[in-house]
Design a protein around this ligand. Structure first.
Ligand code: MG
Length: 241
């Protein structure tokens, strides 16, 4: 099976808005990442040639177990079957240029391998309003936050989005990142973590380096990524039944 859509929330922690010099949003900023960007734990984040200032964003991800359309805030969380850690990898220079010229963020956020995701775990009775998130680069702490500091709480986000766009079984909602985003470069190792949920660790490589020194591996690269994404989504579909 193919993964569902990835619905993303921008600007959902005031600390991150401050560091990007943006204004507090009145309504959630919603955008999409293509499911083809998903990779799993241990897979490589590949920066395409000419892409500058690629940054990490640790986020709590929700996976939907059944279709949510026009749902209330009170019932919103009952549509979520799993939680995971997601790294919303972003080509920041390209994103800023797009914002300045009124273009969409799609390419800057949707590049292949720009969606590292941990194995989803059942939501159970997890309190999504109080989860610590953190991210390290080469073992050094870069991001640290808690979901209690979200501007738009999760039940509101689900209810709001579902008014306009159904969240279907297998769809993923990533809920924004706290402060501390920074550049990642080839050779770095990035580890995103949500306390009690899991972690996803990924090395970073440049496209050219892979092509010249790694030609055999890169030819196997795409099928491998697809297999990882399919395995994650297969697990989601199995436990969502
Ligand atoms: Mg993000």
């Amino acid at each position: 099976m193919r993964p569902g859509k990835i619905v993303c929330i921008g600007w959902n922690y005031s600390s991150h808005i401050k560091e990007l010099e943006s204004e507090l949003p009145k309504v959630p900023t919603v955008f999409l990442k293509p499911s083809s960007c998903i990779i799993g734990d241990g897979d490589t984040i590949v920066i395409p040639d000419g892409v500058t200032n690629v940054q990490h964003e640790v986020e709590l991800a929700l996976v939907f177990g059944k279709r949510a359309k026009n749902v209330s805030e009170a019932e919103a969380l009952s549509y979520v079957s799993h939680l995971a850690v997601f790294n919303d990898v972003s080509a920041r220079d390209m994103q800023k240029e797009a914002r300045a010229s009124g273009n969409s963020w799609d390419l800057s956020k949707g590049m292949d391998t720009f969606g590292p995701m941990s194995e989803p775990v059942p939501i159970g009775d997890t309190d999504v309003k109080n989860l610590d998130l953190s991210l390290t680069v080469n073992g050094e702490l870069r991001q640290s936050g808690n979901t209690r500091d979200m501007i738009f709480p999760i039940p509101f986000l689900i209810s709001y989005i579902s008014r306009y766009m159904a969240l279907e079984e297998g769809d993923i909602l990533i809920t924004g990142t706290p402060e501390g985003v920074s550049e990642i470069r080839p050779g770095d190792v990035v580890c995103a973590k949500v306390e009690g949920i899991g972690l996803v660790t990924n090395p970073v490589a440049g496209q050219s380096k892979r092509r010249s020194s790694d030609s055999l591996r890169s030819s196997r690269f795409q099928p491998y990524l697809l297999a990882r994404a399919e395995r994650i989504l297969f697990r989601i579909s199995q436990s969502a039944v």
